[in-house]
Write a protein that binds this ligand. Structure first.
Ligand SMILES: NC(=O)c1ccc[n+]([C@@H]2O[C@H](COP(=O)([O-])OP(=O)(O)OC[C@H]3O[C@@H](n4cnc5c(N)ncnc54)[C@H](OP(=O)(O)O)[C@@H]3O)[C@@H](O)[C@H]2O)c1
Length: 401
């Protein structure tokens, strides 16, 4: 597999355009154009991008919404009488609030005074008393309360937030967690307000970075409660306002189930489990840490996964050596069969609320930070990741001395 990465990288530029379907090519062109500086993108947004459409997702039609469906003038109109109060300034609060601000929308931030987030918000240009307030004051001033506290804090601070949710206000989340598992979180929303969701499919730092690059994160949107008759429209508009590239519809329940499965499974927990198992076997069979790490993580993240992201799995298989191809085609099924029961168990654990209860319990303990740091330190100090640190330091771009 050592030469595979080089073969793929050499083949990528030429083969990728030929292998990409026509629609995707059109999207690529649009994306490339969207990578123009932000001001230019905004100025030409009406003529440059496409409109609402139903697309074929592998045989199932789905309606998607893009930035072009909510040009800036439309966003300004929709939120003309609103104050968007972003509560919490973790990764999502940071990304979403800054993007809303850069989109010229009336946004304020609410965080606990003198905490880590307060300092970060001040460092990033939010001004105390002008557009940065305590949680209580921001909730009082806001007409759209964008609850971006940590999920545990959403539950802990619910009595406070709820007391400001007067009739006519809108409550917004980026996760279905608090509302769907209300029996555990105690987040029981008032009946006379709209409750909506826009959930970026990535970290808040990516939400910000892609926006600054003139690109956009994919997000889902959903409506839990529509009192105004405008809830879906406002959810989509906010989704665009926070920097989404395209939005697909979901429900609060489907959002939280798929999100919890994804992060525990293929996105984070599952992938580390696979990495670790392979690394351990290679090491036990006498391979050096450098070799085991390169064949397990480095080649994946630096070469193959980006190519899957660009062109799909079939393209990656089609563009590697015949030896690698045969092996991958023969072995993905045993891995699938071994993993599927684990995914079924995981989904059950999400659906019956066990994951939520464990997460709420652990994340609201007073020693949460210390025990988290201990667990992360164990990973950091594992031989595999220490080997990874050495491998990363040898990347030419990190080794300019
Ligand atoms: N991260 C992601 O990848 C992602 C993606 C999509 C959606 N979401 C959702 O977006 C929401 C926010 O996520 P996040 O990752 O940005 O949040 P986070 O880092 O978990 O927490 C963000 C905020 O919660 C505040 N907070 C925590 N405990 C508090 C307490 N007891 N009292 C007052 N404030 C408290 C923190 O303030 P201090 O600094 O003062 O502690 C911080 O401003 C969540 O619903 C999450 O599920 C996250």
């Amino acid at each position: 597999m050592a030469s595979l990465a080089r073969q793929l990288l050499r083949a990528a530029p030429r083969a990728s355009m030929a292998a990409v379907p026509r629609l995707a090519r059109a999207n690529l062109v649009t994306l490339t154009r969207r990578a123009a500086p932000l001001a230019a993108t905004r100025a030409t947004i009406g003529s440059q991008v496409r409109t609402l459409k139903t697309l074929d997702f592998g045989g199932t039609p789905e309606t998607v919404y893009e930035r072009s469906d909510y040009p800036n003038e439309k966003l300004q109109k929709i939120f003309a009488n609103d104050t968007l109060a972003v509560i919490g300034y973790g990764p999502q609060g940071h990304g979403q609030a800054l993007n809303l601000r850069d989109n010229g929308l009336p946004v304020i931030v609410g965080v606990r005074k003198d905490g880590r987030s307060w300092k970060k918000a001040v460092d990033e240009g939010w001004v105390p008393g002008k557009n940065l307030f305590s949680i209580e004051e921001a909730c009082e001033r806001g007409t759209v309360i964008m609850n971006l506290l940590s999920d545990a804090a959403q539950s802990e601070l619910w009595p406070t937030v709820k007391s400001y949710l007067t009739k006519g206000k809108t409550l917004y989340f980026s996760h279905g967690f608090s509302v769907v598992y209300h029996e555990d979180t105690k987040v029981q929303v008032p009946k006379d307000i709209d409750v909506i969701l826009a959930a970026p499919k990535g970290s808040g730092f990516t939400v910000r970075r892609l926006f600054l690059e003139g690109r956009g994160i994919n997000s889902s949107y959903a409506v839990w409660q529509d009192v105004s008759g405008q809830a879906a429209e406002r959810a989509r508009a906010l989704g665009v306002g926070i920097g989404s590239g395209y939005l697909y519809e979901t429900t609060f329940k489907k959002e939280v189930y798929s999100d919890l499965v994804g992060e525990r499974g293929a996105l984070m927990g599952g992938i580390y489990g696979m990495f670790l198992a392979q690394y351990e076997v290679l090491r036990a069979r006498g391979h050096s840490p450098s070799e085991a790490f390169n064949e397990t993580v480095e080649e994946a993240t630096q070469s193959l996964y980006p190519l899957i992201g660009e062109n799909g799995m079939d393209w990656m298989y089609a563009n590697c050596s015949t030896t690698a191809q045969r092996g991958a085609l023969d072995w993905y099924r045993p891995f699938h069969d071994a993993c599927k029961p684990v995914f079924e168990r995981l989904y059950e654990s999400v659906a019956d609320g066990s994951e939520t209860r464990r997460s709420l319990d652990k994340n609201s303990r007073p020693d949460y930070r210390e025990s988290l740091e201990k667990e992360l330190k164990e990973i950091k100090e594992h031989e595999m990741w220490r080997a990874g640190e050495a491998v990363r330091s040898l990347r030419p771009e990190n080794n300019k001395a």
